[in-house]
Ligand binder design. Structure first.
Ligand SMILES: *[C@@H]1O[C@H](CO)[C@@H](O)[C@H](O)[C@H]1NC(C)=O
Ligand SMILES: *[C@@H]1O[C@H](CO)[C@@H](O)[C@H](O)[C@H]1NC(C)=O
Ligand SMILES: *[C@@H]1O[C@H](CO)[C@@H](O)[C@H](O)[C@H]1NC(C)=O
Ligand SMILES: *[C@@H]1O[C@H](CO)[C@@H](O)[C@H](O)[C@H]1NC(C)=O
Ligand SMILES: *[C@@H]1O[C@H](CO)[C@@H](O)[C@H](O)[C@H]1NC(C)=O
Length: 319
């Protein structure tokens, strides 16, 4: 029993303890396999607390994962903001085109050239329509989804995860404190027993023998206490471990979903943008066609017919 208790004390020293979590000492214990090899899974890489550069405080691995989620949310919000600015440029551009298409400049041009010119001005109006449609679609199919993806509840959900894991860590810390206390109590009892055993060797008396029995019992009890405390600690650490795995896998899935979702909507942006180019082109096609039919000879004919002032030529004077 005596040896067993000493062994127990020793075993506890063979573990590395960081912020109340026990890890194997480097090079000690069976080799650990990753839970999800080759996946770079969140559940495999955030077990230790991270010291901040100043080394004053440390951040739990789980907090690092939560911060990534918050950053992702912020990035999503900023992308929506960016698309909003893009929309504003498009709207202003459309407004400018529309206004210019109403201009009366060169409205008096005539003939086939005049027709082409009129079509060119009209194309600005069509083009404005294209840009306006683009901006509307950007709003409904890109900006709005980006803005509303994961609403207010998202941050609340993250808080819930945060509290849940933090609570387990607090429990673990308190269990750890109990272990330390029980360990110290056991060490004290062992020392007491040693002292009394020495006394017995020096001076045999009934009283010391009784004392030793009592001391031995107390020491055994302290050993049991320590076992119980370690057991409770183990249970709490194992619960924390399980929750860490499931929760970090949930966060991992959330991040995959976020990236795929944003990717999908950025693709929608490029699709709309390509469409705009195509429509844009179609607005100038009629202008091109009319420009091909511009015919200086025909225009002269038309103009002469309307504005001629007389085709009878003068002749020589005759006496
Ligand atoms: C629209 O026209 C205004 C001036 O009339 C100009 O300041 C602005 O830059 C133009 N915007 C675009 C997008 O072309
Ligand atoms: C010591 O123990 C013996 C028997 O166990 C007993 O007879 C004796 O009276 C005890 N002496 C004292 C001083 O208590
Ligand atoms: C603590 O946990 C380890 C590993 O699960 C187990 O082998 C050991 O018996 C536990 N210790 C106590 C005192 O329960
Ligand atoms: C549409 O075409 C005009 C030239 O005709 C070009 O200046 C403009 O950038 C194009 N807009 C888009 C969105 O492709
Ligand atoms: C040419 O004829 C058209 C149609 O009659 C007329 O509107 C225009 O003012 C004339 N141009 C000139 C320079 O007289």
């Amino acid at each position: 029993m005596f040896l067993l208790l000493l062994l127990l004390l020793l075993l506890l020293l063979l573990l590395l303890q960081i912020n109340c979590v026990t890890f194997p000492l480097p090079g000690e214990g069976p080799e650990q396999q990753l839970l999800k090899p080759n996946e770079w899974s969140y559940c495999d890489y955030f077990w230790t607390d991270r010291k901040d550069p100043q080394g004053t405080t440390s951040v739990a691995g789980f907090e690092v994962l939560l911060q990534k989620q918050l950053k992702g949310k912020q990035m999503q919000k900023e992308m929506a903001e960016f698309v909003h600015e893009r929309i504003k440029i498009e709207e202003e551009y459309a407004k400018n085109l529309s206004k210019l298409s109403l201009s009366t400049l060169a409205a008096q041009e005539e003939g086939t050239l005049g027709e082409a010119w009129t079509q060119l001005k009209k194309s600005l109006h069509d083009e404005a329509e294209v840009h306006l449609k683009f901006s509307n679609k950007l709003h409904s199919e890109v900006e709005k989804p980006l803005l509303t993806f994961r609403g207010d509840n998202f941050k609340k959900d993250l808080k819930k995860y945060d509290h849940h894991i933090a609570d387990l860590r607090k429990q673990l810390a308190s269990r750890y404190a109990s272990v330390e206390k029980a360990r110290k109590a056991l060490a004290d009892r062992q020392k007491d027993l040693e002292v009394k055993t020495q006394q017995l060797e020096i001076k045999l008396s009934n009283k010391t023998e009784e004392d030793i029995k009592k001391a031995r019992r107390k020491s055994t009890q302290a050993g049991d206490d320590l076992m119980r405390c370690v057991d409770l600690y183990n249970q709490t650490q194992s619960k924390w471990f399980e929750e860490m795995v499931t929760t970090s896998m949930e966060l991992e899935k959330l991040e995959v979903d976020r990236i795929e979702w944003i990717q999908q909507h950025l693709r929608q942006y490029t699709t709309l943008r390509h469409e705009t180019d195509m429509f844009n082109q179609s607005t100038v096609e009629p202008v091109d066609q009319l420009l091909q039919t511009v015919d200086p000879g025909k225009d002269r004919e038309l103009w002469v017919k309307e504005n001629k002032t007389g085709e009878v030529r003068p002749v020589d004077m005759d006496i």
